[in-house]
Every structure is written in structure tokens, then in C-alpha cells.
Design a protein around this ligand. Structure first.
Ligand code: SAM
Length: 289
């Protein structure tokens, strides 16, 4: 397995996602001899996981069962150990599209944080692209590198442990796209311009506060970026369920005994709690001129 290439069978060293039910999942590092406890009993890696196809239903020691899923960046985002606030798939999807990422893209990112966005970028730019990610917090940079190795995606990513506002991305005129998720992105816009290809490229900055957006847009204008757009993406999820409605009594004057009953419908109901504000996404293009 890798987060980039699908493989049929579970093997030693894989990161598999154990799916217990809706909203209940966790990742495991598959190892010969290892055991994982669940509320349905023990999963024995050698007997239950290794050599089995991804997607298998595994019966645990107490008779309950779980599904074992192949990892994807989207599942990892929902299951990763948080070392920072992270980006979720709704924002990530629009970032991927608006930065025009595709296989072969060269991308610069800062900060790496918990690597949620990094995994999605790597999956999109592989097998011919590359991610240069910058994180000034030493332990976070190191942990991200370890995870990229464990997930067998390290050949598509370079982690640099430095301050992007002072030292930039460590590369010059190579990037098709730059992404910023740091508290003071306006201080990194000059370095972003330098990292982008001479012929131009796309930039995105994620900020929770509008004051950060204002300063970033100011810096983008000063550095000659064009097509500056700020947007926010709000997700509304629906529960699909069955509703029973009483049939109307339409008078039935000619009908001495009207037939009353219920009709069943499938309806979509918005979830009571929806995700609120995550952040503003400011996009811009580096001008050719
Ligand atoms: C909110 S987290 C990024 C989360 C990431 N986008 C994800 O999806 O997991 C911000 C990260 O930027 C790092 N950071 C903040 N300022 C920085 C700077 N000037 N240079 C490099 N990294 C920085 C922080 O240490 C933190 O890990």
C-alpha cells in the first residue's frame, strides 16, 4: 500500500483504516504478531489482516466485525494524530482545483502542520510532481517526515525545517503553485513569488481572520499578483431518511368510508450541527509581466 498507489492485499508495514461504523474509525500500523483491541474484541494482525484484501470484513474475537479500508488522504485527514489545527477535505478540494494541481505539478507549502493537506497534494501531483513543504517547528517537521516514509510517499516530498517568512521555501523558480497556512502569510508573499516559476503560477493562502486576509491581499498587490479572489466554502451535509406522512382526507363525500393511511417518503434533512467557519481562502496568480 501507499497513499498514492492502490494495492489489493494488506501487508506488513501498511497503514490500514479500521472502520467500526459511521463516524468510528482509526488507523493501525500493520505488524506481524501485533494485536489491536476494539469494542468487538481483538484483531490479530497476522491472522486477520496480513494477506487479506482491502475492504475485507474481519470478525474480531468477541464475534463483532469491522471493515479494513485502504488508506486515502481523505480517510487520513479524518484519522490522523492532530499536532496542529488541520485542513479538512472540503477546503482541500477547492484548494486542489483552484491551484490547478495535477500529476507533474511542483508545489510549495508552509506550514506542514499535521500533514493533512500535504497527503492530498502528494496524491494529486504523483507520480511525476513534487511537494516542497516547510515547517519551522522541529518536532512537527520530523514527525511529518516519519509519516511520509511510513506511508511510502517520501519520494514525492521534501520537508524543510526553517522559517518560511525568513528563509523561504528552499527552492527558486520551480513551483507551479504555492500554499500558505501560517499566522502571518503576508510576510511570506515575496518568498512565494520567488518560489513560483518565472512564467507564473498560482497561490493560495488560508487564514481564519479577515484582518489576516486584508494584510495578505495588500502584500499580494505590492508584489504584483493578479486575479486576487477571497472565498469561503461552507459544507452542508444531509441525512437521508424515511418519513411517514398521513394521507390527506380529501373530503370523500361520495365515499362513505374514506381509506386513511400513511405514505412513506425518502427525505434529506440537514444535520442539526453543521461545520462553521474554518477560514478564508485567498487565491492569486503570479503575473507574467
Ligand atoms: C495550522 S498548521 C498547518 C496545518 C496543515 N495545513 C494541515 O493541513 O495539517 C500551521 C503550521 O505552520 C507552522 N508555521 C507557522 N509559522 C511558520 C513559519 N513562519 N515558517 C514555517 N512554519 C510555520 C506551525 O508550526 C504549524 O505547524
Amino acid at each position: 500500500m501507499s497513499f498514492v498507489e492502490y494495492e489489493e492485499l494488506i501487508k506488513e508495514g501498511d497503514t490500514a483504516i479500521i472502520f467500526l461504523g459511521h463516524g468510528s474509525m482509526f488507523p493501525v500500523q500493520v505488524q506481524h504478531g501485533a494485536q489491536t483491541q476494539t469494542k468487538y474484541g481483538v484483531i490479530r494482525h497476522s491472522a486477520h489482516l496480513i494477506g487479506q484484501p482491502y475492504g475485507s470484513r474481519v470478525t474480531c474475537s468477541k464475534g463483532g466485525w469491522v471493515y479494513v479500508l485502504h488508506p486515502t488522504p481523505e480517510l487520513w485527514t479524518l484519522n490522523l494524530p492532530h499536532r496542529t489545527q488541520i485542513l479538512y477535505s472540503t477546503d482541500i478540494s477547492i484548494i486542489t482545483m483552484m491551484l490547478e494541481l495535477k500529476p507533474g505539478s511542483i508545489v510549495c507549502e508552509s506550514g506542514t502542520g499535521s500533514g493533512s493537506l500535504s497527503h492530498a497534494i502528494i496524491r494529486t501531483v504523483a507520480p511525476t510532481g513534487h511537494l516542497h513543504t516547510v515547517e519551522f517547528h522541529q518536532q512537527r517537521a520530523q514527525k511529518a517526515e516519519e509519516e511520509f516514509r511510513e506511508h511510502r510517499v517520501d519520494r514525492w516530498v521534501t520537508v524543510r525545517n526553517q522559517d518560511v517568512c525568513k528563509n523561504g521555501f528552499g527552492v527558486s523558480h520551480v513551483a507551479d503553485a504555492v500554499f500558505l497556512d501560517i499566522p502571518s502569510p503576508w510576510e511570506a508573499i515575496g518568498h512565494a513569488k520567488d518560489a513560483l516559476k518565472v512564467e507564473g503560477g498560482r497561490l493560495c493562502s488560508f487564514s481564519p481572520c479577515i484582518e489576516q486576509v486584508q494584510r495578505t491581499c495588500q502584500a499580494l498587490a505590492e508584489h504584483g499578483f493578479i486575479e486576487v479572489t477571497t472565498l469561503e466554502i461552507l459544507l452542508r451535509e444531509y441525512n437521508v431518511r424515511t418519513a411517514n406522512l398521513p394521507l390527506p382526507d380529501l373530503g370523500g363525500a361520495l365515499d362513505p368510508l374514506p381509506v386513511l393511511g400513511e405514505a412513506q417518503f425518502k427525505i434529506g434533512v440537514p444535520l442539526k450541527e453543521t461545520v462553521g467557519h474554518t477560514g478564508y481562502l485567498t487565491f492569486a496568480s503570479k503575473s507574467l509581466f
